[in-house]
Design a protein around this ligand. Structure first.
Ligand code: SAM
Length: 261
């Protein structure tokens, strides 16, 4: 079993039904599935949707799934043999469903969230990652990826799934999450870089974080003025700041300084 592909196949049909049902599919919906594997979700999606595009990296699984489709004369699916991280996602309106390959789960999430044409995504990933995606300020799980997620989507943990529901069994509990696209404009690239920088120093004060941001040449005093203008306490740690606080900081920073990219 090539573990590099994060291949833990779901074997529990009830869980598979619950995952697909969470997307509330209709015969008008086009769906994207990442990593169909042996097709447990794929077959349910096909019976409930208009069209499915499935992207599978593993050559053998791709051929098996294609044989099944040909044998059963299924017309409403296209299976692509490739790496989803390098795949150009179609621009038609989509719902996304996936039992994600856990080794690249966050990379996949960072690829799909900024896309404009998805409406909802039902994803299974490690419980710990699900908690980070949906975390709120002042919790241990809160960090860069929580803000990234909440910027683009509403994120809700639907239910947990025991390792017993997979073959081979993963070492950790999984969770299924539902993301709803907020249809936000792309922020300036500096916005997420800024937040990433703060959380790379999450035990430092926000004053130190701001003063050491590499795209700025800020004296501590100017950093303090920016923080004061946002009515924030300079001694706070980054995990106390909401997405809105980071917006205010970025805007205040832009007003005062020309930053280097
Ligand atoms: N959907 C199946 C299920 O629920 O049993 C399989 C889920 S398994 C956790 C992840 C699947 O993603 C595997 O089939 C694996 O080969 C595939 N995969 C891994 N990395 C991938 C990538 N970069 N692009 C596309 N598929 C990938």
């Amino acid at each position: 079993m090539p573990q590099k592909y994060g291949q833990n196949f779901l074997t529990d049909k009830n869980i598979a039904n619950n995952i697909v049902n969470a997307a509330n599919l209709t015969k008008q919906d086009e769906v994207l599935e990442i990593g169909p594997g042996k097709g447990i979700l794929t077959k349910i999606i096909l019976s409930q949707s208009k069209y499915l595009t499935a992207v599978e990296i593993d050559n053998k699984l791709f051929h098996k799934l294609n044989n099944y489709i040909t044998l059963n004369n299924i017309k409403n699916i296209k299976v692509i043999n490739g790496n989803f991280l390098k795949y150009n996602v179609p621009t038609t309106k989509l719902k996304i469903i996936s039992n994600l390959p856990y080794n690249i789960g966050t990379a996949i999430i960072q690829k799909i969230l900024p896309l404009e044409n998805w409406s909802c995504a039902i994803l299974m990933l490690q419980r710990e990652v699900a908690r980070r995606l949906s975390a709120h300020t002042e919790t241990k799980s809160y960090g860069y990826i929580s803000i990234f997620t909440s910027y683009y989507a509403e994120c809700k943990i639907l239910f947990d799934v025991s390792p017993k529901c997979f073959n081979p069994q993963p070492k950790v509990v999984s969770s299924v999450i539902k993301l709803i696209n907020k249809n936000q404009k792309q922020p300036e690239a500096i916005f997420f870089e800024f937040i990433k920088h703060f959380f790379s120093m999450r035990r430092k004060t926000i004053l130190n974080c701001l003063a050491s941001f590499k795209h700025l040449e800020l004296e501590k005093n100017s950093a303090l003025q920016i923080i004061n203008a946002c009515n924030l306490n300079p001694l706070l740690r980054p995990d106390k700041l909401s997405t809105l606080d980071f917006f205010r900081l970025t805007n205040e920073m832009k007003k005062r300084i020309i930053y280097r990219l």
